[in-house]
Design a binder for this molecule. Structure first.
Ligand SMILES: Cc1cc2nc3c(=O)[nH]c(=O)nc-3n(C[C@H](O)[C@H](O)[C@H](O)COP(=O)(O)O)c2cc1C
Length: 168
């Protein structure tokens, strides 16, 4: 079982130009993580391999974002998402993630991978605000309310999710 980690306010940084990579099976179990992925997570490679990717899930992340992520990749589409991740020591790090399915020669999805880059400070601020609102809605009315909130905010901005993400 996973030990409960108490999140703290220490942000882990990584350099622009560094690319964080992980690969999973169809269920989201980690099959591979590159050196920087392992370093940022604070775990040893052997503690990560075979574990569900939610090992680095941060409680500040709204559920609706992961629902959207899984709905997209299971349907063969790639998705860009900003994700706040939790390290083993309770610190956090923000990433801009490009998550995509991997296909075999017959066009079937055989797994998923994610490459992540450093987000800008401006994007982190905007997304941090959005996620606070979504979490608040989630507390009040679960994922349904949070999804409605996201749709409402995007309508106000006159943008699709993809357009909003691109605008950051
Ligand atoms: C390739 C891939 C990469 C992922 N990377 C992350 C990640 O860095 N952080 C994260 O919290 N979830 C990541 N996820 C999503 C997790 O599988 C999971 O849905 C999420 O952590 C929410 O966990 P929960 O459903 O147990 O709350 C990734 C999923 C895939 C398929």
């Amino acid at each position: 079982m996973r030990k409960t980690i108490t999140p703290n306010q220490t942000e882990r940084q990584f350099k622009e130009g560094e690319i964080i990579v992980s690969k999973t099976d169809l269920k989201g179990k980690i099959l591979y993580g590159n050196r920087i992925f392992i370093e940022l997570s604070g775990y040893k490679e052997r503690e990560l391999l075979g574990k569900p990717h939610n090992i680095v899930r941060h409680p500040d992340m709204p559920k609706v974002i992961f629902k959207f992520l899984w709905d997209s990749i299971k349907n063969g589409r790639e998705i860009v998402a900003y994700v706040k991740n939790l390290s083993k020591d309770g610190s956090y790090y923000w990433v801009k993630a490009f998550v995509t399915p991997s296909f075999n020669g017959s066009g079937e999805i055989v797994g998923y991978h994610s490459i992540r880059i450093k987000p800008t400070e401006q994007a982190k601020l905007a997304i941090g605000e959005l996620y606070k609102e979504l979490l608040e809605a989630e507390r009040q009315g679960g994922i349904q309310k949070s999804q409605e909130k996201l749709e409402q905010i995007l309508t106000q901005k006159g943008a699709s999710y993809e357009e909003f993400i691109l605008s950051l």
